[in-house]
Design a binder for this molecule. Structure first.
Ligand code: GLP
Length: 383
C-alpha cells in the first residue's frame, strides 16, 4: 500500500514550516517539580484548544502519549474539565503508539492507559479517539491507515509527547529514521528494561514490538510539546537540546521543528549546561511566555469536511478486528457520573457503568467482545 502523503505537503494551510519566521524557535520551560511542569503543559493545551475554538466540523486535533510522565497532565486536564474550564467534545485525538500483541484490555496496553487516565473522565466522543491496533493481523496496513486518518483530519495541531531515558520519542528508538512514519518498531533493550516496571519488573513480559508514529509523523504536527521530568531523563534532554540532530537521540529531531516546546522539571535539566538553563529561564523571565508564543493556530477553511465517522475508520476494515463502519450517533462516554477527583490516581471504578448505551462498540469489535471495561473496572483497586 503506498504511503499516504501528509496533508501539509499538498495543502499550504498545513505546512508547519510555513509560519512567520519570528515565531519559530525552540522553547524550553523549566519548573521546579514534575507536578508544576505537568500543570504548565495542561494549561498550555487548554489555552491552545480554547484559542482554536474547535467545532464539530473543525475539531482540534491533538496527539497524545502514554507513560508515567503525562499522568499528572491528564489528571490536571480532567480537573479542569470537571471545573467546566474546558471541553473535549470537539477534540480528535491520535495516540503515539501501542504495544504489538498485548491484549487490548491488558492493564498495561496503551488503550487501557488512555481510558483509565483520560478518556473515561472527559466528554470526548469515542469516535474521535484514534489508537493504533497492535493486534491487527496486517500491522503495516494498520499503520498506513493511521497515517491516512491523520491526513484526513488535516494533520495534528499539537502533538504532546514524552521522552524515554534513551532519548526516544513515541517508540522511535535510537537509530530510527528521522524521516519515518507510522510503522512497526522493535523495542530497544533499554526501553524493555525501563518499561518492565509496569510488568512486575519481569522483562520477559514486556512486548518486544510496538506500533509507533514516526519521527516525521511528529515533525508534521503543527506544534510539538514534550514533557521531561526526573533525573533519569536528564541525559536525553541534554542530547536532545544541546547535542546535534542525531538519530541516536530521536528527541533531537525537534531541533528541526519550527514550533517545539520542551517542558522540564529541575531534575531533568541536571545534565544541561548552567548557561543553557539560564538562557531559557531568561527568555521566560523577559515575558515571552510560551503560552503566548506558540505558532499561529490553524483555522481550517469553513469548507473543511471531516471524514464521516464510519469512513474515518474504514481503512481499518483491512482487519476483522476493526471498528464497525457505522457508529451510532448517540454513543458517548457518560461524563455525568460525578466521580470525585481526589488523591493519587484517577480510577475509573467501573468503566462500563460510565458508558451510555455501549460506547465501546464505537471503538472496536474486539474490545466489545472482550467486555473490556467490565474487566478493567474489576481490576482497578479504589483508593
Ligand atoms: C514509552 C512510550 C513513550 C514515553 C516513554 C517514557 O516508551 N512509548 O511515548 O515517552 O515511555 O515514559 P515515561 O514517561 O513513563 O518515562
Amino acid at each position: 500500500m503506498p504511503r499516504p502523503r501528509a496533508t501539509w505537503q499538498s495543502s499550504p494551510r498545513w505546512n508547519p514550516f510555513d509560519s512567520p519566521e519570528q515565531t519559530k524557535s525552540m522553547r524550553v520551560i523549566i519548573r521546579e517539580t514534575g507536578l508544576e511542569a505537568s500543570e504548565y503543559i495542561a494549561d498550555y493545551i487548554i489555552s491552545r484548544i480554547k484559542s482554536f475554538k474547535p467545532t464539530e466540523n473543525q475539531p482540534f486535533v491533538l496527539g497524545l502519549p502514554t507513560g508515567s510522565s503525562p499522568e499528572a497532565i491528564y489528571k490536571t486536564l480532567v480537573r479542569h474539565y470537571r471545573a467546566g474550564d474546558i471541553s473535549f467534545k470537539n477534540v480528535v485525538t491520535f495516540n503515539m503508539d501501542e504495544y504489538v500483541g498485548l491484549p487490548r484490555d491488558h492493564p498495561e496496553s496503551y488503550h487501557s492507559f488512555m481510558y483509565k487516565h483520560f478518556f473515561s473522565h472527559v466528554d470526548i466522543p469515542p469516535q474521535n479517539i484514534n489508537i493504533l491496533d497492535g493486534n491487527a493481523p496486517d500491522l503495516a496496513a494498520e499503520c498506513a491507515a493511521f497515517e491516512a486518518r491523520i491526513a484526513r483530519h488535516g494533520g495534528i495541531e499539537l502533538f504532546l509527547g514524552g521522552v524515554g531515558p534513551d532519548g526516544h520519542i513515541a517508540f522511535n528508538e535510537p537509530g530510527s529514521s528521522l524521516s519515518s512514519h507510522t510503522r512497526v518498531k522493535t523495542l530497544a533493550y533499554d526501553t524493555i528494561l525501563a518499561n518492565s516496571r509496569f510488568f512486575g519488573n519481569d522483562v520477559n513480559l514486556v512486548p518486544r514490538m510496538a506500533l509507533t508514529v514516526g519521527i516525521q509523523t511528529i515533525m508534521e504536527a503543527r506544534e510539538v510539546v514534550i514533557v521531561a521530568t526526573g533525573a533519569h531523563k536528564a541525559l536525553a534532554v541534554e542530547k536532545g537540546l544541546e547535542g546535534g540532530v542525531n538519530h541516536m537521540w530521536t528527541l533531537s529531531a525537534l531541533q528541526m521543528h519550527p514550533h517545539p516546546l520542551i517542558v522540564c522539571d529541575r531534575d531533568a535539566t541536571l545534565e544541561l549546561k548552567v548557561k543553557t538553563v539560564r538562557y531559557f529561564e531568561a527568555i521566560e523571565q523577559t515575558g515571552t511566555d510560551a503560552r503566548t508564543q506558540g505558532p499561529p493556530l490553524v483555522y481550517r477553511p469553513r469548507t473543511y469536511v471531516p471524514a464521516p465517522i464510519g469512513a474515518s475508520r474504514s481503512q481499518q476494515q483491512v482487519t476483522p478486528a476493526s471498528t464497525p463502519p457505522k457508529v451510532p450517533k448517540d454513543l458517548r462516554i457518560n461524563t455525568e457520573l460525578n466521580q470525585t477527583l481526589d488523591d493519587d490516581e484517577l480510577t475509573p471504578d467501573s468503566m462500563s457503568s460510565r458508558m451510555v448505551d455501549s460506547a465501546i462498540s464505537g471503538l472496536d469489535s474486539t474490545m466489545k467482545g472482550d467486555l473490556l471495561f467490565d474487566r478493567m473496572g474489576a481490576r482497578v483497586v479504589s483508593h
